[in-house]
Design a protein around this ligand. Structure first.
Ligand SMILES: [Fe+2]
Ligand SMILES: [Fe+2]
Length: 362
């Protein structure tokens, strides 16, 4: 007998019109070997979220509240945090995590749809094969994040800036823009943030979940890097500049809180709800700069996902001209203060082996 759908089904849908060409390729032989290899690796490393993670274990509240960091800043190491009652710490950690993980979850849904689009839109057979494996990976990520948030609390609405970013990437008719916006900027941010959170948290189920997911994300980012480094050199200057601008616009939506719509601004609201005044909290945290700095030192320093990962990727792909550098610098200074330095002077590159980098610090 067929399943009876609920009266209101599906609930809460939303849509964006997307334009793209579905491209056939009649050549079935490998053309971009690195992508064919990545596809083979992806097949080899599949996992089953509902079987391989131990969903029977309850969330460890104490571990959760004791190892809470936000945006990679190890707040839990400060006296300010330790002095808060356990109940308040749990409320802040749970509220912020529900919000952040919900947005990870929504981002995963976006990634799922974009990966599906890439199967049709990319012109190379190897690129289509790989995007097919990523589509399955992203379905699994949606599944496991939804299950974890359900255990923790309730799914929170998507942050407006992230929604705009996903809309833009889904709507563009250019597969290269989809690849830059999703595989480089969004996946780069996700990989860096998931790994950061995985290294910080002592909550066993979350740690395990993020380890599995980050391994997949390392391939997803690798796909963007490998594919685009083959394609960007073949573009005209105008096409290259357009891609560069698209990347900046995506990064701006994730970083720039001047519109008050980023995740950072929403998380601070949640602090207020839990009874912690964000202004006072920041003053108290500012006094503990040295503690935070040494905790960061131990975890390998902190540049944040855009500066630590996305920008080096864009530089490696030749998608970062002086024009863009000026845009990034202006944005970082407006959001994080004048002495934030120039992205021009950042000399760090990407980890040579992304999969090995994911395992570090676990
Ligand atoms: Fe994902
Ligand atoms: Fe991904």
């Amino acid at each position: 007998m067929a399943t009876q759908l609920p009266d209101q089904h599906p609930i809460q849908t939303d849509a964006v019109r997307s334009a793209m060409e579905a491209v056939y390729n009649w050549n079935y032989e490998p053309e971009i070997d690195e992508l064919r290899t990545l596809y083979a690796n992806a097949l080899d490393r599949q996992w089953i979220g509902m079987k391989q993670l131990d969903w029977a274990q309850p969330i460890d509240r104490a571990a959760f509240s004791d190892t809470f960091s936000i945006g990679g800043i190890p707040i839990h190491e400060t006296e300010f945090w330790k002095a808060l009652p356990l109940e308040t710490r749990w409320k802040v950690a749970k509220g912020s995590a529900c919000f952040l993980l919900s947005n990870f979850l929504h981002g995963e849904q976006g990634a799922l749809m974009v990966a599906g689009q890439l199967v049709a839109a990319v012109p190379h057979t190897d690129g289509k094969f790989y995007a097919a494996t990523q589509t399955l990976d992203e379905a699994r990520h949606v599944e496991v994040f939804a299950a974890y948030v359900r255990k923790l609390g309730e799914v929170q609405p998507i942050a407006p800036a992230l929604k705009k970013l996903l809309d833009n990437v889904l709507a563009t008719d250019d597969w290269k823009k989809k690849a830059v916006g999703m595989q480089v900027v969004t996946e780069g941010l996700a990989l860096y943030s998931f790994r950061d959170m995985r290294n910080a948290t002592k909550e066993p189920l979350l740690k395990e979940l993020l380890t599995y997911v980050s391994r997949d994300e390392a391939r997803h980012t690798g796909y963007g890097i490998k594919y685009l480094s083959a394609v960007v050199p073949t573009l005209s200057e105008r096409e290259r500049a357009e891609l560069e601008d698209f990347a900046f616009e995506c990064a701006r939506l994730l970083v720039d809180s001047r519109g008050g719509t980023t995740m950072r601004s929403s998380v601070l609201e949640l602090w207020r709800d839990a009874g912690v005044d964000p202004g006072e909290a920041f003053q108290a945290l500012a006094k503990e700069r040295t503690t935070i700095a040494s905790a960061l030192q131990r975890s390998g320093g902190r540049r944040g996902p855009i500066r630590g990962f996305v920008i080096p990727t864009l530089k490696a792909l030749d998608l970062m001209s002086e024009r863009s550098i000026a845009h990034y610098d202006e944005m970082f200074r407006a959001n994080f203060g004048e002495n934030f330095g120039s992205v021009q002077d950042d000399t760090h590159g990407l980890p040579a082996d992304l999969e090995a980098w994911v395992e570090e610090g676990a």
